[in-house]
Write a protein that binds this ligand. Structure first.
Ligand code: FPP
Length: 251
């Protein structure tokens, strides 16, 4: 029934001759407001949000984007009503079960970041199965950020680093920004070039705090379920016009 609400418009297209972001990260915001405006339960907003995920993953893969990180459940989201949490966890299991074959066929790597040990066992099992099945694929790496928080990630990384230090695996003089990055959930991945946040909010909300140091941000007044492939193209086009100096000066 969700196609009734979805707008399909495709016109402006990014130029793949210009520099493409290697890593796009998205705060999938506005599902609740989308549902409220339609007098639907919030869970329906999340369900409609999954439809958007499907299209965005397909398009990122087609465009040759290497990494796509989707903020699906934060360390702060546990304060939501239990009913909503349950429906999100159920949606995650359904998504992985129903779409894994298609994702695998499309060469997508289904990865996760965050402390998934706190998620229901079913979610953990599906996430691990999905990763094991797709880990050797060469298309876009989709990072599902689940029970993810930027601060929590940094604390987790510090603890891991200290364990290595205690074992003598790393010396104080070897600790720097580069080596520290390898203790994060995103170890081995480039930092996000572009962070997209629909829904009108202009906050970072504890997302990729370490990694967003030099990310370009793109905000839009569109709820995530209404976000289209065309909006993705607009965000990338806008990114391609940005002058990224990383603290330097333009030649
Ligand atoms: C934020 O919108 C959205 C979330 C906290 C959940 C995002 C989850 C999905 C899109 C679907 C589940 C994910 C997978 C991978 C199957 P909000 O609910 O805070 O919206 P609001 O600010 O309008 O209330």
């Amino acid at each position: 029934m969700f196609f009734l609400f979805k707008k399909k418009k495709k016109s402006s297209r990014v130029s793949i001759d210009k520099e493409m972001p290697k890593h796009i990260a998205i705060i999938m915001d506005g599902n609740g407001r989308w549902a409220k405006e339609k007098n639907l339960p919030r869970a329906m907003g999340h369900k409609a949000g999954v439809e958007t995920i499907r299209e965005v993953v397909k398009e990122c893969n087609r465009l040759g984007i290497k990494y796509l990180t989707l903020y699906a459940f934060s360390t702060e989201n546990w304060v939501r009503p239990q009913e909503e949490i349950n429906s999100l966890m159920k949606l995650l299991v359904e998504y992985l079960k129903n779409e894994i074959e298609e994702l695998h066929k499309n060469n997508v790597v289904v990865n996760h970041i965050g402390d998934i040990s706190k998620l229901p066992q079913k979610c953990q099992t599906e996430l691990i199965n999905a990763y094991n099945k797709t880990k050797n694929n060469t298309g876009v790496v989709m990072n599902l950020a689940l029970n993810y928080g930027g601060r929590d990630e940094i604390v987790h990384a510090v603890k891991k680093l200290l364990k290595d230090y205690e074992k003598g695996n790393i010396k104080l003089t070897d600790i720097n920004e580069k080596s520290f990055s390898n203790y994060l959930y995103t170890a081995g991945m480039p930092d996000p070039d572009l962070i997209i946040r629909p829904s009108g909010e202009k906050r970072v909300s504890n997302f990729l705090l370490w990694q967003c140091a030099y990310s370009e941000f793109w905000y839009a007044n569109i709820y995530w379920p209404d976000f289209t492939v065309e909006d993705l193209h607009k965000a990338i086009q806008d990114y391609q016009k940005r002058d990224r100096r990383f603290g330097g000066v333009k030649e």
